[in-house]
Design a protein around this ligand. Structure first.
Ligand SMILES: CC(C)(COP(=O)(O)OP(=O)(O)OC[C@H]1O[C@@H](n2cnc3c(N)ncnc32)[C@H](O)[C@@H]1OP(=O)(O)O)[C@@H](O)C(=O)NCCC(=O)NCCS
Length: 153
């Protein structure tokens, strides 16, 4: 991503992240935006050129932009873990295989950089992402569970 593309990415990525955190019950509605912005700023202090963070456009073979990808890999880290912070396929291009393709390309690139393991986080309510990762061989490492007593009968 160029700096301009990164600014465009942040515009919707922070909103999406804040909404997901509210949906999962981790953030309160009134502070979600502030907390989401804070996390992004802390993780990416130098924006799209923050060292070891890869902020990428997902393009078709014809060069059409269909989504965005963000991962981290520190070659000095002993565990050699590449971490997917975000993958998003624009709504009009979803369910056409682009997400799976992007994850495969990421895997190839991470291997070339020396990664030995790929990690990511997925919200329990995100059935599509859950299905995609499971299909690609990712296994569950830990699960947080919760029961909302206001909604439970
Ligand atoms: C998650 C996301 C990246 C997947 O990208 P995509 O291009 O739609 O994914 P693909 O088309 O490669 O694969 C989608 C898979 O989900 C399946 N799927 C579609 N709707 C589903 C549903 N409601 N429940 C379960 N699986 C579903 C599809 O059948 C397909 O599986 P298959 O290959 O076994 O047929 C995309 O939906 C997205 O950007 N979502 C919003 C952002 C997001 O949630 N990002 C993930 C953060 S962890």
């Amino acid at each position: 991503m160029t700096k301009k593309e990164f600014i465009g990415y942040l515009d919707h990525a922070i909103d999406d992240y804040a909404s997901e955190k509210v949906l999962s019950g981790t953030f309160e509605v009134d502070t979600a935006q502030y907390l989401a912005e804070k996390e992004y700023n802390e993780l990416l202090p130098e924006g799209n050129i923050t060292p070891n963070h890869h902020l990428l456009n997902i393009l078709t073979d014809e060069g059409k932009k269909v989504g965005e990808f963000w991962y981290h890999f520190d070659p000095e880290n002993q565990k050699k873990i590449a971490y997917v912070y975000d993958i998003s396929i624009f709504p009009e291009h979803q369910d056409q295989g682009y997400g799976s393709c992007a994850m495969l390309l990421f895997e190839e690139e991470a291997k070339k950089l020396g990664a030995k393991r790929l990690d990511l986080h997925v919200f329990g309510h995100n059935k599509v992402a859950w299905h995609l990762y499971h299909n690609m061989g990712y296994i569950v490492t830990d699960i947080n569970m919760s029961k909302n007593l206001e909604k439970a009968e």
